[in-house]
Design a protein around this ligand. Structure first.
Ligand code: PMP
Length: 427
């Protein structure tokens, strides 16, 4: 034990996420990271065009965040968050509530958990119990969008695309009603067919990330908000991917000018350096849990809820985000991305080139059935050019950290063009 090549030791003992180990792919050993780049064990350096699963906001090993983490780790590392509190948790909550309020005078009560999936689980449980605590036990269903992705735990899978990669679990998931994204008439019909049965509608605002970087129009969110409000159904915005300026605004729901009842945050919350999540709820929802009866409290709490080091990273990341230099970079990345996506729109090997803020995506065109083994080949072709791109099926996309230079962005989009040259089929 412990000897031999890293990949051999890994193969003997590890089980990787979203990996079919039977196909024999060998994970790439990474020894370091800095800014937008990962340093590999074989000496190569690659450009992290997907922010390491969309989490890294300012670049890897950002010195301000690393220093905040080291400082906090030496003072207060972890403390049970039931019955205790601390400055980093309160300060970060003030920041998040302030940001949400700036956006829409909306949710201002912050509940911490660990990752995107738990932020979603908490929102679903809050929504259901909100109604129960107000004496309505019939709102047992959720509404979600086809093509959605909200995480891998049971509740989060339940509100994800029913025919997608979680299909095998459908028989053990609670029932959910799905509507096509962008279709307010379908929502209207559903609400009138099942009056009083829904606790909440959950959406990824404007961009369905893992479902293939699918975009829909902000008008739908406005219509959905008013339909839900009229029907007494809560609106949950899952900003786990879209939050913290990925779409150009702090939260994607700002593009629509809506006021969600619950907001889920994670990924970039700490700048991507540590796992942490927050579910923001309105004071109205929080008030429904206030009582002298303990059973009306939210029975939910993770060991690492409000972890001080994660919160310290979140505060440091927010300070960087708010600096004029960072805001300028986010704007510049958006403009650069829009220009390169316009060019990709002309490419005969691509379809539906699209961008919003710092997110750019294009579908590789080809005959049906062609795409099943495409992912690993595209990944390899991009790596040969020194860029980490990990397509979602036939969808090529970039979600870069905000430290990328114009030259980095050109390298990313040049690589996408080459991939369309190689793998896309015209017509
Ligand atoms: N919601 C959305 C919109 C996501 O994109 C993701 C992760 N890709 C999640 C929830 C789940 O987050 P996590 O992987 O941190 O559990």
């Amino acid at each position: 034990m412990g000897g031999g090549r890293l990949s051999d030791r890994d193969a003997r003992i590890l089980w990787h996420p979203y990996t079919q180990h039977g196909l024999g792919a060998v994970p790439i050993p990474v020894v370091g990271a800095s800014g937008a780049h990962l340093r590999l064990a074989d000496g190569r350096t690659i450009l992290d065009a997907i922010s390491s699963w969309w989490v890294i906001l300012h670049g890897h090993c950002h010195p301000d965040i690393a220093a905040a983490v080291a400082d906090q780790a030496a003072r207060l590392d972890q403390v049970i968050f039931a019955g205790h509190t601390h400055e980093p948790a309160v300060r970060l909550a003030e920041i998040l509530a302030g940001a949400a309020q700036d956006a829409s005078a909306a949710p201002s009560r912050v509940f911490y958990s660990d990752d995107g999936s738990t932020a979603v689980e908490v929102a679903l449980k809050m929504a259901y119990q909100f109604h129960v605590n107000r004496g309505v036990a019939t709102r047992r269903r959720f509404i979600a969008l086809q093509g959605a992705y909200h995480g891998d735990t049971l509740g989060a899978m339940a509100v994800g695309e029913p025919d997608g990669f979680h299909r095998i679990f459908r028989p053990i998931l609670p029932p959910v009603d799905f509507i096509p994204p962008g279709d307010a008439a379908a929502l209207d019909l559903l609400l009138s067919r099942r009056p009083g049965q829904h606790a909440a509608l959950i959406v990824e605002p404007l961009v369905q990330g893992a479902g293939g970087m699918r975009f829909y129009a902000p008008e739908f969110l406005r219509e959905a908000e008013s339909l839900c409000r009229a029907a007494g159904v809560l609106l949950i915005c899952d900003e786990v991917f879209t939050g913290f300026y990925r779409t150009g605004r702090c939260f994607a729901f700002e593009h629509a000018g809506i006021r969600p009842d619950l907001v889920c945050l994670s990924k970039g919350l700490t700048g991507g350096i540590l796992p942490l999540a927050a579910t923001l709820a309105t004071e109205e929802i929080f008030a429904a849990f206030l009582s002298d009866d303990r059973t009306r409290a939210l029975m939910h709490g993770h060991s690492f809820a409000g972890n001080p080091i994660g919160c310290a990273a979140g505060i440091a990341s927010w300070e960087i985000l708010q600096s004029p230099e960072c805001q300028d970079r986010i704007r510049a990345i958006g403009e650069h991305t829009a220009r390169r996506i316009e060019r990709l729109a002309e490419h005969p090997g691509g379809r539906a080139a699209r961008s919003l803020g710092t997110i750019g995506a294009v579908d590789i065109s080809g005959p049906p059935g062609y795409f099943s083994s495409l992912g690993p080949r595209v990944l390899e072709a991009a790596l040969r050019r020194g860029v980490l791109l990990r397509p979602l099926g036939n969808v090529l996309y970039a979600v870069p950290p905000y430290c990328v230079t114009p030259a980095d962005l050109d390298a990313i989009y040049d690589t996408m063009e080459e991939i369309l040259d190689t793998f896309g089929s015209a017509g």
